[in-house]
Design a protein around this ligand. Structure first.
Ligand code: LFR
Length: 477
């Protein structure tokens, strides 16, 4: 380990940050230099991301990073970018963004599913892409576009990289979430693009994590106060790819839960599982750093709770999260549950009532009380995690002893304990900032500051992060 300072731009569905990562032999120290909110907004009749505002925050964050580094006498070796997957912006030949990008939570892609499946049978799609069916996969969003003439689609992190460097590329881990990517070949599934009447160059050529996009555009460099030769390096630009790269596992056979807005629950494999059984169970084979496969299911996540909190706040009730979780933990086990993966919960609107309605459909009753609703979400997530891990083991013919929880949800003690209880496995919680760590470590390796494979990167995470272990108690559900 040679040391070095790297800037990570990490934007999630509810917030973004620019972080300085200092790499040393005792791990990675992160310093958040800029934090900003994010969320879907209603613009031009659709649920979209306010990308212009996000990009302004990225520049603000890089300016802050440059200032902090200058004060410390440090040189930022490179910049890496990760965000959520699937979504894209459309850019014209002049390089201008033609509209604020749609969010995967917008409903327009739903109507495009059937027409796509009439041209490309879901079984055929899965056999090549290995991608789980989600109505918002890029392939369906693109099918809902009216006019793609002369436009190029840039996935959100690639769009940021393009605006910083002028270089158009599609980072491979994120490309694997489009539904237009061949999971075995690791290349675009061009036959699918053609079948849908999409140009082969709709997306720019691939770039792998660790490769360089290019140096900052002169205007950008001077605007943010960084040297002109500062490079933007591709990382696992799909946030989940970066998060899983930083799971502090020492063993080979582990399950992970990347816990944030979503819960991404599954295993890391060397080869995709493309069987019909796997398709029916709706498992995905997303590409990870170093060509690994993330075999997982997208499960409901803390979106369910944060949306409830948003509704409660609008009603004048603003409980602190720790107090809410404590009250939920004090409730007796065996309460009502929902299926947290139900597409019914994707859109943002009165979540407490929708959860209660879902419980009513099961013939049970969930009282209109924040603690009870919170407990219902936690129980339902833990039960879902256990089911998903069991399914993954069976479908991939593997068995795991340990469950690693990374991301924001690793701080949720109730959820971690329930997960240990219901799965009957040891749960190792942390680090919270796995995504940023994965982002920084892939940059550090590209710079030669760190050597080795994922095992070596993970050992550095384990060395530098406080982890909490939860052992299974008598099942409380
Ligand atoms: C998590 C995530 C998931 C992806 C979802 C939508 O932040 O990237 O992996 O399925 O967001 O893009």
């Amino acid at each position: 380990v040679d040391g070095g300072v790297f800037a990570a731009v990490d934007i999630g569905a509810s917030s973004g940050r620019v972080i300085l990562g200092r790499v040393g032999s005792d791990g990675v120290q992160l310093e958040v230099v800029h934090r900003f909110p994010n969320g879907v907004v209603e613009i031009d009749g659709g649920l979209r991301w306010n990308f212009d505002a996000l990009f302004a925050e990225v520049l603000e964050g890089l300016r802050a990073a440059a200032t902090v580094a200058a004060v410390q006498g440090e040189r930022i070796a490179s910049i890496g970018i990760d965000t959520w997957a699937v979504d894209y912006g459309l850019v014209n030949t002049a390089g201008e963004l033609t509209a604020q990008p749609f969010s995967y939570r917008d409903d327009r892609s739903r109507a495009a599913v059937e027409p796509v499946h009439r041209k490309l049978d879901p079984a055929r799609l899965y056999a090549t892409t290995g991608l789980q069916f989600l109505q918002f996969n890029t392939i369906y969003q693109l099918a809902a576009e009216k006019d793609l003439d002369g436009l190029q689609a840039l996935l959100i992190p690639d769009l940021i990289a393009f605006l910083l460097t002028g270089v158009r590329r599609t980072e491979a881990t994120n490309a694997s979430t489009t539904g237009l990517f061949d999971a075995v070949a690791g290349e675009w599934a061009t036959e699918f693009l053609s079948a849908l009447g999409l140009r082969r160059d709709l997306f720019p050529p691939l770039i792998q994590p660790g490769e360089t996009f290019g140096a900052l555009l002169p205007d950008v460099a001077s605007a943010v106060g960084l040297p002109r030769d500062t490079k933007v390096v591709a990382v696992g630009s799909h946030d989940t790819a970066s998060a899983v790269a930083a799971v502090p596992a020492r063993e080979d056979d582990f399950a992970y839960i990347s816990s944030g807005t979503w819960s991404l629950v599954g295993l890391e494999l060397k080869h995709p599982v493309l069987t019909e059984a796997s398709r029916e169970a709706n498992f995905t084979n997303e590409r990870g750093v170093d060509g690994t496969i993330r075999y997982l299911r997208n499960m409901g996540g803390l979106w369910l709770l944060s949306e409830c909190q948003r509704t409660w706040a609008a009603e004048g009730f603003r409980p602190e999260l720790p107090a809410l979780l404590q009250a939920a933990a004090a409730l007796p086990p065996g309460g009502p549950q929902i299926n947290p993966d139900d597409p019914y919960f994707i859109a943002p609107d009165n979540m407490p009532e929708r959860i209660r309605a879902a419980v009513r459909l099961t013939g049970d009753v969930l009282i209109d009380d924040p603690a009870a609703i919170t407990r219902c979400i936690m129980d339902s997530l833990a039960t879902g995690y256990a089911r998903t891990i069991r399914d993954a083991e069976k479908l991939a013919d593997r068995s795991v002893e340990m469950v690693h929880v990374v991301g924001g949800g690793s701080q949720n003690q109730l959820l971690c304990q329930l997960t240990a209880d219901v799965t009957g496995r040891k749960v190792v919680a942390g680090p919270v900032e796995a995504t940023a760590l994965g982002n920084v470590l892939v940059q550090a390796r590209a710079a030669g500051a760190v050597t080795g494979g994922l095992a070596e990167l993970r050992a550095l995470v384990a060395a530098g992060s406080p982890l909490q272990v939860f052992t299974p108690q008598l099942t409380r559900l």
